[in-house]
Design a protein around this ligand. Structure first.
Ligand code: GLU
Length: 287
């Protein structure tokens, strides 16, 4: 492989068994990597200590192998890199771009409910009203010293001032590349580190895409809006922006996103029902 060959990644969260949507994404990543003369890595996004189960990680690797997909070692596991995420978060805190938020979800919902026309983020959550942004520094320090549970939020206005305004990214598909302007402000003061771990999906994915030298990100359209926030974080942290391709989602017969909670069949269910990897690949358009 050439030294500047494209590097892609398939990055499941081990919160459940893989389903058809994951299979499509993994197969598309593998196909595009092959066509571009590059490689595709596997990354396990297991920052959630309660939902990520070790046996699910083994099951993911086994399901992918059953589909005919193997990956270069080492496979990155995010739970093993918490110190790197903590250091990355600290860089944003030191520059005044992140602040601790002591509000509970219930408090935020109640405040949002009390305000008419609360704006919502692209995932449908009410935008954070900024309660903890302006806390007096001594009060903030005292609450932190007391060990009060808190998340860390990006100060969006400060972040945007720091980043300037030509934020965006290149998309790619078989036909062409296109420049997409990013609008991170629609996420408001997003959580960049959760209460239980010194990171969030957004922070660790941006960190890891750079750490692993990912040049092309191929993932579902449900994460398209998140790219706006990712581009902002890359700019603030002086990390390269990969190219993005957000593919259409495989939907269930009711037109809903596949999810175990809605009873979508996992690859394991399909395998047990006698479906072969060849049949599955053909069904997803990868014959
Ligand atoms: N871990 C995420 C998921 O399973 C995907 C993250 C990404 O591709 O950026 O939905």
């Amino acid at each position: 492989m050439k030294p500047d060959a494209p590097i892609l990644r398939f990055a499941p969260s081990p919160n459940g068994r893989l389903h058809l949507g994951h299979a499509y994404s993994a197969l598309l990543n593998a196909r595009l990597a092959r066509r571009m003369g590059g490689l595709c890595r596997l990354r396990i996004e297991d920052i959630d200590p309660l939902r990520s189960k070790p046996d699910l990680i083994d099951a993911i690797v086994a399901d992918l192998a059953w589909l005919g997909l193997t990956y270069p070692e080492p496979v990155r596991r995010q739970s093993r890199h918490m110190e790197s995420y903590r250091a990355t978060l600290q860089r944003l805190i030191d520059r005044g771009l992140a602040y601790p938020c002591f509000c509970s979800r219930g408090q935020i919902r109640a405040r949002a409910g009390a305000m008419a026309d609360t704006p919502h983020d692209p995932d449908g959550a009410p935008l954070y009203p900024g309660t903890c942004r302006g806390l007096d520094p001594p009060i903030r320090a005292e609450r932190l010293a007391r060990g009060e549970p808190h998340t860390w939020r990006l100060d969006m206005a400060a972040a945007l001032r720091c980043a300037g305004d030509a934020l965006g990214y290149e998309t790619f598909d078989a036909a062409d590349t296109r420049w997409i302007a990013a609008d991170p402000s629609r996420w408001g003061d997003a959580v960049i580190a959760r209460r239980d771990v010194p990171t969030s999906y957004h922070l660790s994915v941006v960190h890891d895409d750079a750490a692993e030298g990912i040049t092309h990100v191929v993932r579902g359209r449900d994460l398209e809006a998140a790219a706006d926030l990712h581009v902002l974080l890359q700019c603030l942290l002086a990390l390269p922006t990969p190219r993005y391709h957000h593919h259409a989602l495989i939907l269930d017969p009711d037109g809903e996103k596949l999810a175990k909670s809605r009873g979508s069949q996992s690859l394991a269910d399909l395998r047990q029902a006698g479906v072969t990897p060849e049949e599955l690949r053909a069904r997803l358009g990868f014959a």
